[in-house]
Design a protein around this ligand. Structure first.
Ligand code: MN
Length: 501
């Protein structure tokens, strides 16, 4: 469902006419070579497209306008092989609406000690040319990522790739449609927020629907599609005996398949990229959609429970960012603690809706009571999540601004089997430890819902927040609670004053 090759990153080199046509030909040839190398780098998931070397304010302005209006252009990589007087860039950068990465590299890796002459010096002068470009970026207070190092190095291509993934997710948000079945869960605060402000800042639009709209799509699901869906369940999962064709709850399996077909039809007909549900509001639906949500998330849809549209959008963004990477992304909730001498742990889960993309084993398809909501027993996939480092990310509307807070964690095996736990789960040790991580999270007002990923790192989220112009707070092995509290206070001031700059 998510193909990052549809996106283009334009490789843009600045220069000037001072050096004469011969040097400019070399600049173009080198630039083309670097763009081609980045284009085939396994670290960089989108296309990298060479653009002709820019030498005049008119050309720069034109390029920026073209980038703005090119729907597949997710961002620019800029590089000043030679010196490009930065007043030439003001008009274009003023108009540019796409994110950009400033690649501070040099075509030639090393100084040719015995051969270096003034021609070499005039061609390989990004050491000062890029500083002139950097000045105008800072003078204009432009958000961008600066990456320094030789363009052939793996670590440089990796850092560019991280930014490209964030840029693709940002492009995906622009004009994205999110379907909200029912409203916010009653009286929950953190899942609320200003949808108009979110649309202005983030570019996505949240559409509200009555559950009846979804019920109609479920009722309209064709028997043939439902039959195919049931077969997919048997092909993909270990289905418990009561849900087998001769089992006493087989009809619930068929009902669950009908809900999934209906949801898929609704979401695809409306061109939605993400959605929310709420168990408070299920009029006309026999079961809370659990299995259907798990499978839709697996296929790339963003999801938030209890009307949580902000987390739903974030899950979608992280699905896009991680497309093609191992590890998966899921909606998640900090559910319950294991406070023990061996390390305080968090058991993450939800009532049902954990994405199977993070499953470590073949999921079991089961049907069990929900115990809240007063509806028929819902289908759900049960599994243990992958082990290893992961990141939990949440986004809140703080009234004056949106805030993203993230915690790096290590997912570990459960101490013992959990034969009675009827939901998918992940057990983790937060970094640096629960006492620090949870205190910092709570001071930051971090939500109980997160988007949880094994594929992404803090750098992906940092780059994404930079593009969105949103506060980003990281809790990791270096976090100290008092310093974190100070940062919260300083950020309050900064984001207040930022509007006046
Ligand atoms: Mn919840």
């Amino acid at each position: 469902m998510i193909d990052l090759k549809q996106y283009e990153i334009w490789f843009v080199t600045g220069s000037q006419h001072l050096y004469g046509p011969k040097t400019l030909e070399s600049v173009a040839a080198h630039s083309r070579e670097i763009a081609a190398a980045l284009n085939v780098s396994t670290e960089i998931p989108a296309q990298v497209i060479f653009k002709p070397v820019l030498t005049t304010p008119e050309d720069i302005r034109q390029l920026c306008l073209e980038a703005n209006s090119a729907p597949n252009c997710a961002g620019l990589i800029t590089w000043m092989h030679t010196f490009s007087p930065a007043k030439m860039w003001i008009s274009g950068l003023n108009l540019l609406k796409k994110p950009f990465l400033h690649l501070h590299t040099q075509y030639n890796r090393e100084i040719p000690w015995s051969k270096i002459d003034m021609d070499f010096m005039n061609l390989n002068q990004s050491a000062h040319g890029d500083r002139e470009f950097g000045f105008i970026g800072s003078r204009m207070r432009l958000s961008r990522k600066v990456v320094v190092g030789h363009w052939q190095d793996d670590d440089i291509q990796k850092r560019i790739g991280v930014w490209v993934r964030a840029a693709c997710a940002w492009a995906d948000w622009q004009g994205a449609r999110i379907a909200r079945f029912g409203d916010n869960m009653r009286d929950v605060a953190v899942t609320e927020g200003d949808k108009v402000e979110a649309q202005i800042r983030f570019g996505y639009d949240v559409y509200g629907y009555g559950v009846g709209d979804l019920v109609k799509a479920v009722n309209d699901a064709s028997d043939a599609d439902v039959k195919k869906m049931v077969q997919a369940y048997f092909d993909e999962y270990d289905v418990v005996p009561v849900l087998q064709p001769n089992g006493e709850k087989y009809s619930s399996l068929v009902e669950g398949a009908r809900i999934e077909v209906g949801m898929r039809n609704f979401l695809s007909a409306g061109n939605f990229k993400a959605f929310t549900t709420t168990f408070e509001d299920l009029h006309g639906l026999a079961q809370l959609p659990g299995l259907a949500v798990q499978r839709l998330m697996r296929d790339g849809y963003g999801f938030g429970a209890e009307g949580d549209w902000k987390t739903s959008a974030l899950v979608r963004a992280m699905k896009v960012m991680s497309a093609g990477l191992k590890g998966g992304v899921s909606f998640m909730e900090d559910y319950t603690y294991h406070l023990s001498a061996s390390g305080d742990k968090v058991l993450g889960a939800h009532m049902l809706e954990i994405c199977e993309s993070i499953a470590a084993n073949k999921p079991k398809l089961d049907i069990l009571p929900l115990s809240i909501g007063g509806k028929a027993d819902p289908l759900r996939l049960i599994f243990d999540a992958n082990l290893g480092p992961a990141i939990g990310v949440s986004i809140m509307d703080m009234g004056q601004r949106f805030r993203i807070v993230a915690n790096v964690v290590d997912v570990v095996p459960t101490d013992e089997p959990l034969p009675n736990l009827p939901v998918a789960r992940a057990l983790w040790l937060p970094r640096p430890n629960l006492k620090t991580a949870a205190a910092a999270w709570i001071y930051a007002g971090g939500a109980h819902h997160t988007s949880f990923s094994y594929a992404l790192t803090a750098e992906h989220l940092y780059d994404f927040a930079e593009m969105a112009g949103v506060e980003f707070l990281l809790i990791d092995e270096n976090t100290k609670v008092n310093e974190f509290k100070d940062k919260l206070r300083w950020n309050d001031l900064y984001y207040h004053l930022d509007k006046a700059f």
